[in-house]
Design a protein around this ligand. Structure first.
Ligand SMILES: [Zn+2]
Length: 281
């Protein structure tokens, strides 16, 4: 069985580190790989000076990186909280936004795959899935509904990186699953409906996590509660977060037009895959 490790300092991203059955303290040991940091720092310095982007890192510092050239996301179709058409439209929006932003670099391409049966469990099974939770905001392994998710969380993206410190495979990803909270929140594709949140923005943000990005900044709540996951990220303010798709609460940004991946987000992912791209299959 895999070890499930929640990134305590992230509202909607969790890593499930599987190999060697080892619990990983994801919030400690930020020992950085000098080579990677130097390379990325150089690229940062050449990109947008105002808005920074950050990779999601393994405990030793290696950024998460896919070892597949295509990430195929299989939707579980919703039944009553939103139409299938609207759900698929929002997914297509996010997929197209990232594929456009990353065009021409070695980052993997996103692809919308065939829907899977809605009785299928979301867990590490070599199939990446996207599900809108409508009945209970709980994981599929939580049979007795005893450990349901935090109701204030809009979505959870689970990533399953290899944990082999010091090896090239450290941080290698082959699967990710996205669960969206439609129990506590109402969604529409571009928040056209009153009180509905922007599903396009949420999905595009979660796909940023899937591809390997961390949040663009730390919320003041995270700072006050000493739950800062990435100490190198700035505190969220209008200058560094306006319009950023990796803003922690992207659905609270002005919702129209829906924000799309920006220059520094695309540049960071392209830089990561320029280093690791040769290993993709
Ligand atoms: Zn997030």
């Amino acid at each position: 069985m895999s070890q499930r490790v929640q990134l305590l300092r992230d509202f909607n991203l969790q890593l499930l580190v599987t190999s060697r059955r080892r619990v990983v303290q994801l919030v400690s040991g930020m020992v950085l790989s000098l080579l990677i940091v130097a390379g990325l720092h150089w690229l940062f310095s050449k990109s947008s000076p105002k808005r920074l982007s950050f990779p999601t890192r393994m405990p030793g510092g290696a950024p998460l990186h896919w070892v597949l050239k295509e990430i195929v996301l299989h939707p579980i179709l919703p039944r009553h909280k939103i139409t299938t058409t609207d759900f698929l439209e929002a997914l297509r929006f996010g997929v197209a936004a990232w594929n456009t932003a990353l065009k021409g670099c070695q980052a993997p391409r996103l692809q919308l795959g065939a829907p899977v049966d809605n009785l299928r469990k979301v867990r590490q099974d070599a199939t990446s899935m996207v599900v809108l939770r409508e009945g209970f905001w709980c994981g599929d392994e939580d049979n007795k509904l005893e450990h349901c998710y935090d109701p204030t969380v809009e979505a959870i993206t689970s990533i399953y990186p290899e944990h082999n410190p010091g090896q090239p495979e450290n941080g290698a990803v082959r699967e990710a699953d996205i669960e969206i909270n439609a129990v506590n929140y109402d969604w529409s594709p571009d928040s056209q409906r009153a009180n509905a949140r922007n599903l396009r923005a949420l999905i595009t943000h979660e796909l940023g996590h899937v591809l390997g990005l961390d949040h663009a900044c730390n919320t003041t709540e995270a700072v006050v509660n000493k739950q800062v996951q990435n100490p190198t990220a700035p505190v969220c303010d209008s200058a560094n977060t306006s319009g950023a798709i990796m803003y922690p609460h992207v659905t609270q940004n002005p919702t129209y037009p829906t924000p799309v991946p920006g220059g520094s987000e695309a540049e960071l992912l392209c830089a990561i895959y320029a280093i690791w791209g040769a290993r993709t299959k």
